[in-house]
Ligand binder design. Structure first.
Ligand code: TRP
Length: 373
């Protein structure tokens, strides 16, 4: 059957059926038992309780090893193709929760090479964007003593030996099957997955001891890590465990916030007026007239405003349920909801933008030296 949605590391389109995606990719649902287990390490993050992080690979094995005293490290990243938007922050905020909960180191990869290869951007541009995007990452307050940022073109010496070992195990036909490359793909694009795999194996390579890795990220990145996991045993590297989230929704009602439509995207550098304007134009689950909405109520399930609250801006379960109830009963109108969300986003951005400025010094002084494992 023809799929009506597409999810690859380079393209997300259509209405995503997350259950089917999980089956297609062969990931495992995060079920009640796993949630209970995770809840044993600290209070569950709302993104887990709400099924935003919704499937995984090998989490139980990772936790078994952790319980036996084997520390893991976290690895996630960013492809610097434009300004950072709220959707990018979502998995990073979750990664910070993981770091705080398990007290583990974190590697953050900036793939300036990837965005040069896959987009119409110069290397100078993707490097500049890396610096800019790193400010947003640092602004989230990761523990500086146990967090490292890798910029691919800068830190390639650490990555390259691993990338080569991975490359030798991955055939062209696998790359074509997994990523859909055809004969027009540039050969850098075909090689790139080895560079994204490399940080997952870096601590093992550096320390000479198998070091477990956990990668929290968007489900669109799974193709890379399927390949990485497949080759790991043959290279004496541990298979990374994965925690996958859904895509952060766009304000236009679509399944993914995308930089290609700036009006449906809130950037971390947007001012209060931009936010008011964008939220004001958002797609809601409301009725055409006030009378109709008072009578029939709205539909939070399709509403971008509600989704923003659910994904990021209302962590209190009581309040989010109350909001859904009042919307369905027609007790709250879209205008009020938009105004309330605008205030919440602006409050968040005000703090974030201040921390982002403070981050300049940190990012300027950053050089990747590897961790002590
Ligand atoms: N390819 C990712 C992107 O386009 C960036 C990335 C690199 C990444 N390494 C990662 C994302 C590890 C998640 C986990 O955004």
């Amino acid at each position: 059957m023809e799929e009506e949605f597409k999810v690859t590391p380079w393209e997300v389109s259509g209405e995503i059926d997350y259950e089917r995606l999980m089956q297609n990719f062969g990931t495992t649902p995060i079920d009640e038992a796993l949630l209970r287990r995770l809840g044993g390490y600290g209070e569950l993050h709302p993104m887990l309780k709400r099924g935003i992080f919704y499937c995984h690979r090998d989490m139980n094995q990772l936790l078994d090893r952790f319980d036996r005293g084997e520390r893991f490290f976290l690895y996630t990243g960013r492809g610097p193709s434009g300004n950072t938007h709220l959707g990018h922050l979502m998995p990073w905020i979750f990664a910070k929760w993981l770091q705080d909960t398990f007290k583990v180191p974190l590697l953050f990869q900036m793939t300036d090479d990837e965005k040069f290869l896959f987009k119409d951007l110069s290397l100078d541009e993707t490097r500049r964007l890396s610096y800019d995007n790193a400010l947003d990452f640092v602004a989230l307050g990761f523990d500086p003593d146990s967090t490292e940022i890798i910029l691919d073109t800068e830190n390639i010496r650490s990555l390259y030996p691993i990338a080569l070992k991975v490359a030798k195990k991955v055939t062209f036909s696998t790359a074509k099957a997994v990523f859909g490359f055809d004969n027009s793909a540039n050969i850098g694009a075909i090689f790139f997955t080895t560079i994204q795999a490399a940080p997952a194996f870096l601590p093992t390579e550096q320390s000479g001891v198998q070091t477990p890795c956990l990668i929290p990220c968007g489900i669109d990145q799974d193709p890379h890590f399927r390949v990485a996991r497949d080759v790991a045993p043959g290279l004496d590297y541990p298979k990374p465990a994965m925690l996958y989230c859904k895509m952060f929704p766009g304000l236009g009602g679509g399944d993914k916030m995308s930089s290609s439509d700036p009006m449906s995207t809130i950037y971390t550098t947007d001012g209060p007026k931009d936010v008011r304007k964008k939220v004001g134009r958002a797609f809601t689950g409301g009725c055409v007239t006030v009378e109709e909405q008072r009578e029939k109520g709205g539909n939070p399930e399709v509403c971008a405003i509600f989704k923003y609250n659910y994904y990021l801006f209302e962590e209190d379960d009581g309040k989010i349920n109350d909001l859904a109830g009042r919307c369905k009963r027609g007790e709250v109108l879209c205008g009020e909801c938009k105004a309330a969300l605008t205030d919440k986003i602006n409050l968040f951005l005000e703090g974030h933008q201040a921390r982002r400025e403070q981050a300049r010094e940190v990012v300027d002084g950053m050089t990747f030296e590897g961790f002590e494992w």
